[in-house]
Design a protein around this ligand. Structure first.
Ligand code: BGC
Ligand code: CA
Length: 302
């Protein structure tokens, strides 16, 4: 286990912090609290508190857009401009139509982890409402059209791309395996996936959750319920492990002026009162010096 100190960047009490993403142009980190439907924005160099908006429904992830963000909420994919009402870009095909009336219960699967590829397509997966059955899928939103690209998934997570754009990384967290698919950034086509990392075989705890790739092509994965961040080489070798001061880190992002601060979102949703007392940093946004630079995130529709 490496000794890099992990500290609190922003003290929060999030239920399910997720989807940190850094905008180089705005020098701003965005992230969400999925369960509370919150979208956060924070400029660390300003030294102040983050701003927060409430979407009124769960939100699985956000990505940078030319002006503002896109958000994959339960009901569908929304464009959040700096001002005005959200614009609906696509409906969630796995969400029952009555979701508005029935509230969060019984409305089907919600969107979960996602990110943009270098051509500006949004790749975003869903999570089975029971977090167990293989009813979820991975989708791609490309020039206004949402298409289903992988099926039979329980919890879609860990989406990332290699710096040379030749690989798409993805996991169904339930399998404890990370797969890698040959990827054609010009057409958006995926080749046949193969198992790239198997936590079982490596004796690693927890499940692979969100991830980010660094400028050396290494994949940083948050092990949910494993209390650590692990770094894999492009060949899938375990290169480093970083202990997190709580059991449920969810995702990582490189940010800061030189893209070398690792931001880590965390969750409290699976902690009881004893766990919350034992892990006071759970639910906060954490940070660590990564020792390597990240990659700039592409914008939606770019
Ligand atoms: C999901 C959570 C889930 C976690 C671990 C996250 O991406 O949003 O609901 O508990 O992954 O599988
Ligand atoms: Ca996730």
């Amino acid at each position: 286990m490496q000794e890099n100190a992990m500290t609190v960047a922003v003290a929060l009490d999030m239920s399910l912090g997720e989807s940190p993403v850094w905008s180089v142009a705005r020098q701003t980190l965005y992230w969400v609290d999925i369960n509370n439907g919150h979208v956060y924005a924070w400029r660390p160099q300003d030294g102040g508190a983050p701003t927060r908006i409430a979407l009124g429904e769960k939100v699985g992830c956000v990505a940078i857009a030319d002006s503002g963000l896109v958000a994959a909420a339960t009901s569908g994919i929304l464009r959040l401009a700096a001002e005005g009402e959200p614009e609906r870009l696509a409906d969630n095909p796995e969400c029952k139509n009555e979701w508005r009336k029935e509230g969060e219960k019984g409305r089907g699967n919600r969107f979960n982890d996602g990110r943009c590829d270098a051509a500006g397509r949004l790749w975003v997966g869903t999570i089975a409402s029971d977090e167990a059955s293989p009813t979820a899928a991975l989708y791609c939103l490309d020039r206004g059209e949402l298409t289903r690209r992988l099926t039979g998934i329980g919890i879609s997570n860990g989406l990332a791309f290699s710096p040379d754009r030749r690989w798409l990384y993805h996991t169904d967290s339930l399998t404890r395996r990370i797969l890698r698919y040959p990827f054609d950034v010009d057409t958006g086509a995926l080749g046949e996936g193969h198992i790239w990392v198997d936590l079982e075989a490596l004796g690693l705890p927890g499940v692979p959750d969100g991830a980010a790739v660094d400028s050396e092509g290494c994949y940083w994965s948050a092990l949910y319920d494993g209390g650590r961040i692990v770094r894999f080489s492009p060949e899938g070798e375990l290169m480093a492990e970083y202990e997190v001061p709580c059991p449920h880190p969810t995702m990582v992002a490189f940010g800061g002026p030189d893209l070398s601060t690792l931001y880590i979102t965390t969750a409290t949703q699976h902690l009881d009162a004893e766990g919350e007392a034992r892990w006071p940093m759970a639910g906060s946004l954490l940070q660590m010096k990564a020792g390597v630079e990240g990659l700039a995130e592409p914008s939606f529709g770019a």
